[in-house]
Write a protein that binds this ligand. Sequence first.
Ligand SMILES: *Cc1c(COP(=O)(O)O)cnc(C)c1O
Length: 383
Amino acid sequence: MKIIPYGRQSIDQEDINAINEVLVSDYLTQGPLVEKFESDFAAYIGCKHAVAVSNGTAALHLSALALGVQKGDRVITSPITFSASANCVEYCGGEIDFCDIDPQTYLIDLDKLATMIESKPKGYYKGIIPVDFCGLSVDLERISNIARQHNLWIIEDACHAPGAKFQDTSGNWHMAGDGHYSDCSIFSFHPVKHIACGEGGMVTTNNDEIAERIRLLRTHGISKDPKQLDKHDGGWYYQMLELGYNYRLTDFQSALGVTQLKKLDSSLEKRNEIARIYDSSFKGLGFKKQFIPENYFHAYHLYVIEVPQRKALYDHLRLHGIYAQVHYIPVHTMPYYSAKGWKEGDAPNAEKYYTQCLSIPMFPTLDREDQAFIIDRIKSFYA
Ligand SMILES: *Cc1c(COP(=O)(O)O)cnc(C)c1O
């Protein structure tokens, strides 16, 4: 039986050739291809710096460190995300707080976010990690207004949203990660995401200090730059300035990143085309879907429907080789977070959404025939 997953990478001959070239070159890990991937990515997104790291989680961890998260710091994120968006704060000894989602957009509820921050004394919260869930940008202009009033930083988790755009109230379009309204943004190159490097991540920012700090921390906190060292014994000399990590991306992964990035625009078009076909095919079936405000360009990492009898539909699709998925089990209900006092009822919109959401296949190489089969199986289940 043919299996249709909810997401899948597409690797072509150009990608394979690019990796093969690196494998026989002088560099396997951090070499010229890392820099090329970084500069191509920064040019695409329209930001000053892009710093490549080993995965999206490392990008979150280093961003939190670069913004100074330490023991006791409180940071807010959405419960409808991958746990890494929250965990990065815990890695640094901080505490994550969850703000419920808006039931229409599935993104962090900005009225609730403002109320939550205003209900505490100034300085209680240090930062916000909003998530461009499914590939829909959060309204960073409004989040940054809230953040500025209360002196909070913003890390945009844009793992779902390379190429997503929104128009601000002055009429300017902003690409997710362009750093106009956030301190930094992070991306993942896990194979289910738009750009596949096997594993991989990126931090984008317009802030020189953040970029420099992340470059240092991704490689053990070690510097060879004489300007950063307090002495210099010779050509071999380096100093470990801070407690860093090995979060480097390899050169062959970066080679893949470079060729995959070239195909991002065409893959976004395909994803939007697939979404339009789903939209029109499900008209009249009464499924609830993510509300997309005007002046937003969606990157469609995921296509989610909210349906009755979700579990039975999931099982039915599975029998036909259609491997739908659930994104996400609300993070605050995970045992790790329950043990810290979070409980059912703390984010009712997220919890209700979780009972009926289903991500159906969405990837650029999903062909018309397979999509028609998926639509037919879903329709026949409810007939
Ligand atoms: C995938 C993902 C991450 C983590 O990325 P990895 O590369 O798997 O570490 C973080 N946040 C969100 C929203 C993601 O989808």
